[in-house]
Design a protein around this ligand. Structure first.
Ligand SMILES: Cc1ncc(COP(=O)(O)O)c(C=O)c1O
Length: 399
């Protein structure tokens, strides 16, 4: 789908890019929107009184409305631009939870979370004595029963990826959102692997905070989003202070912050990145997120049917409805498989995928991950299968 828009796919040397959960390729339209900013109307945002500066302000602020269209929240000021999902999650933990939680309060996460949704909590636990509890996984997935059973009177937060980044399982977010509301629990959702692939409606799903990155959805690196309900963002202490976020300050130490969203965007923002994110959202909505997801599911089905026929391939998530395949070749270190595939210009990710404690559940430390996006094709899968069928060649290539 739309391969002509991706210059990287139209070069002489063929490239089969199956590492979309790590980052996606960028369409020319996104690159052009960034080049336009740098070549036609460069200026800082929210600081100038000349034409280009006002044009930048408009372009930058318009992107909040584009994000709104994507995640269906109510107000533009509930969208905060950050440097990525990691920064967004850190802001929630160290700008909000640090001041709302107290010793003994419990935070529910799982062993399948990305480091960005574990390490900030672990650090906060050391700082203020909150307790981290892991919702038990059943066949690697989160069930609503297990969430219910894990909730205690001390549970104050549930923080989960909507879709995980190794096995790609989708959590029952709407039901968990309802449980959170009934039990007065803050619901934090890591949307890094969901927002680029499935329709997300934060209001319907009952999400309090949502974090995601532009680069996993056709946008540039170094920019992301923190969505938060207005009344919660009002209570989020800035974790970064400086220009752009203060209304005034004096030599006595008095500081008055600006209102949302500026209060939480200190310093010169990644203007080019935000503009690129806006163009990426336009692009995704023009193609249609549902259509993209359907395409990914078709590719997964097609690939799984063929990979299953190869005797020494182990598939870890074949029945999960998503565009990811976690696999190993029996007896081969996953990184060797990735190096072998690279020999044929096939890009996959190998390792623990920043979900370092998932191994306690999966019983496997490292896997290879194939992850599809709109531009991937069945022909590319045919090539992958052809190469994997010859995997007795692997050590000739790798060593
Ligand atoms: C589920 C999940 N959460 C968080 C992140 C962190 O995203 P970033 O590195 O863009 O901040 C990733 C990136 O791989 C991810 O897959």
């Amino acid at each position: 789908m739309n391969r002509e828009d991706f210059e990287i796919l139209n070069q002489e040397e063929k490239l089969i890019y199956f590492d979309n959960s790590a980052t996606t390729l960028k369409p020319n339209q996104v690159v052009e929107s960034i080049v336009d900013y740098y070549t036609k109307y460069t200026a800082n945002a929210h600081r100038g009184d000349y034409d280009n500066s006002l044009k930048v302000d408009m372009a930058y602020e318009e992107v909040r409305e584009k994000v709104q269209k994507l995640i269906h929240n109510k107000k533009a000021k509930e969208i905060i631009f950050t440097s990525g999902a990691t920064a967004s999650l850190n802001m929630v933990v160290f700008g909000f939870m640090k001041y709302q939680l107290k010793e003994g309060d419990e935070v529910l996460i799982t062993k399948a979370e990305h480091a960005s949704n574990i390490l900030p909590w672990v650090t906060l636990a050391k700082e203020i004595g909150i307790i981290i509890r892991y919702i038990p996984l059943e066949n690697h997935i989160v069930t609503i029963e297990n969430v219910k059973n894990a909730i205690t009177p001390n549970t104050k937060v549930i923080s989960l990826a909507q879709v995980t980044n190794v096995l790609g399982d989708e959590r029952p977010i709407e039901e968990i959102g309802k449980l959170c509301k009934e039990n007065e629990i803050y619901f934090v959702v890591d949307g890094s692997q969901s927002v680029p692939h499935i329709p997300v409606d934060v209001e319907r799903l009952g999400i309090d905070f949502l974090a995601f990155s532009a680069h996993k959805m056709l946008g540039p690196t170094g920019v992301g989003v923190l969505y938060g309900k207005e009344e919660l963002l009002e209570r989020l202490e800035p974790t970064s202070l400086g220009g752009g976020m203060n209304a005034t300050f004096d030599s006595e130490g008095g500081i008055e912050y600006k209102s949302l969203p500026s209060r939480l965007e200190a310093g010169t923002p990644n203007i080019a990145g935000v503009i690129g994110l806006g163009r990426a959202i336009d692009y995704l909505l023009e193609v249609g997120i549902e259509k993209i997801h359907k395409h990914e599911l078709e590719l997964k089905k097609y690939a799984t049917q063929q990979l299953e026929q190869i005797p020494n391939i182990i598939l870890y998530n074949k029945d999960m409805p998503n565009g990811m395949i976690a696999f190993n070749i029996d007896g081969v270190f996953s990184q060797d498989t990735a190096v072998y595939l690279n020999h044929y210009h096939i890009c996959v990710r190998a390792g623990n995928h920043c979900a370092k404690i998932l191994k306690e559940d999966l019983q496997v430390k490292n896997t290879c991950r194939i992850s599809f996006y709109l531009y991937n094709t069945k022909e590319e899968i045919d090539e992958l299968v052809r190469v994997l069928k010859n995997s007795e060649e692997i050590f000739k290539v790798v060593l």
